[in-house]
Design a protein around this ligand. Structure first.
Ligand code: NAD
Length: 296
């Protein structure tokens, strides 16, 4: 049993904290929202009214927050985690944030003698509830070794991606690829339909041919071929367009930072930005097929 402070008990953080409680850890929760603090108490954890109080007696601190600016302030603020945690505490940031901030905050942790990893996730709210998230972890081998057992009750797959920031790098590269592949699959279905091709027929061909990919066979953007995909449920997320837009923004920041050439990633980011800005941020990202067809 480990004392784990959990900061950021939203759609992802609360179910993750519940899985830590289920593994017999003590959870010391903090969130700006009183409802979220109440929910962690309802699940068997303790809630505190400041970050400093939540982390004071913790062996491990996990954060699951909306942005890099907030992550930096929660760690580096005057009454933040670095100022309040006990010596030797392990820090795990599972928020999706930009690579540069992740590296900078991890370096600040090291300066203060703390082990810290960036450990963003994929798998969404469903994976958080089921304890089947995929964790992409950046940090030293020693910090990863310490983090692995803590992440285990929350995840099905935990991959050490290299040094600090590499977890975030893996996350944004994967999601940039996902955005491109979903747009590609959507364009193929839309063209097929315009040419008189039945959706199921095209699926049966492409799923067994060189067009096969996760966006087609696990998350098909047309209703029918994959019954569990959001297309069968009015494009309810799943993975909302607003979150894909956020992740593509982080990817494009990283692209600019290193001068990489990602023309399709850039175009995918523009398509999802337009879809989000047109008021469809709450639609599953596979709903891009409707946007491309001019139906959304
Ligand atoms: P959310 O908005 O539901 O939760 C964020 C929580 O952080 C909120 O409860 C908010 O009150 C709290 N918070 C904000 N500022 C705070 C502060 N200074 N101190 C303490 N608490 C604070 O968001 P979410 O969906 O849980 O996402 C969390 C992170 O996980 C994000 O970085 C997101 O990109 C990433 N993520 C989300 C999903 C998803 O499907 N929702 C999937 C993968 C990754």
């Amino acid at each position: 049993m480990t004392n784990i402070a959990f900061i950021g008990l939203g759609n992802m953080g609360l179910p993750m904290a519940k899985n830590l409680l289920g593994a017999n850890h003590s959870v010391f929760g903090f969130d700006l929202s009183p409802d979220a603090r109440g929910a962690v108490v309802g699940a068997g954890g303790q809630a505190f009214s400041t970050v400093a109080e939540a982390v004071a007696d913790a062996d491990v601190v996990v954060t699951m927050l909306p942005s890099g600016v907030i992550v930096r302030s929660v760690y580096e603020g005057d009454e933040g985690i670095f100022a309040s945690a006990k010596a030797g505490a392990l820090m795990i940031d599972s928020s999706t944030i930009d690579v540069a901030t992740a590296r900078s905050v991890c370096a600040a942790a090291a300066d203060k003698g703390f082990d810290m990893v960036d450990a963003p996730v994929s798998g969404g709210v469903g994976g958080a509830a089921a304890g089947t998230l995929a964790f992409m972890v950046g940090g030293t081998a020693e910090a990863f070794g310490r983090a692995e057992g803590v992440l285990d009750p929350m995840g099905a797959k935990i991959v050490h991606c290299g040094d600090s920031g590499n977890g975030q790098a893996a996350k944004i590269c994967n999601n940039m690829l996902l955005a491109i592949s979903m747009i590609g699959v959507s364009e193929a279905f839309n063209l097929g339909k315009a040419l008189g091709l039945d959706d199921q027929t095209f699926y049966d061909v492409a799923a067994n041919a060189s067009g096969q990919c996760w966006s087609l066979t696990s998350y098909c953007p047309v209703p029918g071929p994959v019954p569990t995909s959001p297309a069968n449920n009015g494009y309810e997320p799943g993975f909302a367009t607003a979150l894909m837009h956020k992740d593509l923004g982080l990817a494009m920041e990283a692209v600019a930072g290193v001068g990489a050439n990602t023309p399709l990633g850039k175009h995918a980011a523009e398509i999802y930005a337009e879809m989000n800005d047109a008021g469809h941020g709450g639609v599953d990202f596979s709903g891009v097929i409707k946007r491309l067809a001019g139906e959304l």
